[in-house]
Design a protein around this ligand. Structure first.
Ligand code: NAG
Length: 208
């Protein structure tokens, strides 16, 4: 008996509560806009992109002897564009080049800084002196390379130098390489503690 009386009221107040909650969230967002802009301005990481400017080792078809080690060299240009009003430095880092999930080369990055609202390029070298890969993979890799459609994954771990933070920025880039055509510059995705903002923020917010 009491439930038949309470039911309409209950539904009504739930709807009212939801409306009130949505309003509260909107008001909160509106009054914290300056805070969001400050967060984006000071915490945004640089945007990274990569270009494979030279490579050897992948184009050779597998030798008769299965699983013979292959030596690779990748010359990569890392482009960094810093949209913040303060510079950012990385004291060291690591780079790995993967093909189809296999690490085919790796190396270290040198220390570098990107000034405020500046862009720079950094040469990276990743290499392997005798890495063992399945011969089926090497066949596919050589064919992809000749066709200019070798899908490489360039993964970077960069350690900051200017704030003593120990967690690196994880940067993952997809690059297509091989063939005769000049390589393109492909954008990277950055994962770091404060970098959630860079992917959800609209572009106009990132240029203060
Ligand atoms: C990589 O760059 C170095 C230095 O510029 C050069 O000597 C070498 O031939 C390049 N290697 C490849 C595979 O492009």
């Amino acid at each position: 008996m009491s439930s038949s009386i309470n039911n309409p009221r209950h539904q009504y107040s739930l709807k009212e509560d939801l409306t009130r909650a949505v309003k509260a969230i909107l008001v909160f967002l509106w009054f914290t806009i300056p805070l969001w802009i400050l967060i984006l301005r000071f915490l945004l990481p640089p945007k990274f992109s990569v270009q494979v400017v030279g490579a050897t080792g992948l184009e050779s078809p597998p030798p008769a002897q299965h699983n013979a080690p292959v030596s690779t060299v990748f010359n990569i240009t890392l482009h960094a564009a810093n949209r913040r009003s303060s510079g950012r430095c990385y004291r060291n880092g690591e780079v790995a080049v993967r093909y189809s999930g296999y690490t085919v080369a790796w190396g270290r990055t040198m220390a570098f800084c990107v000034g405020e609202k500046a862009a720079r390029q950094l040469p990276l070298v990743a290499w392997a002196d005798g890495v063992c890969l399945p011969s089926s993979l090497r066949e596919r890799m050589a064919a992809d390379w000749r066709a200019g459609t070798a899908e490489l994954e360039v993964d970077l771990r960069l350690f900051r130098g200017n704030d003593g933070s120990v967690t690196p920025a994880w940067i993952s880039c997809k690059a297509t390489a091989g063939g005769a055509k000049p390589p393109g510059v492909t954008p990277c995705t950055t994962f770091a503690s404060q970098n959630w903002a860079s992917d959800i923020a609209p572009a106009w917010m990132q240029y203060f």
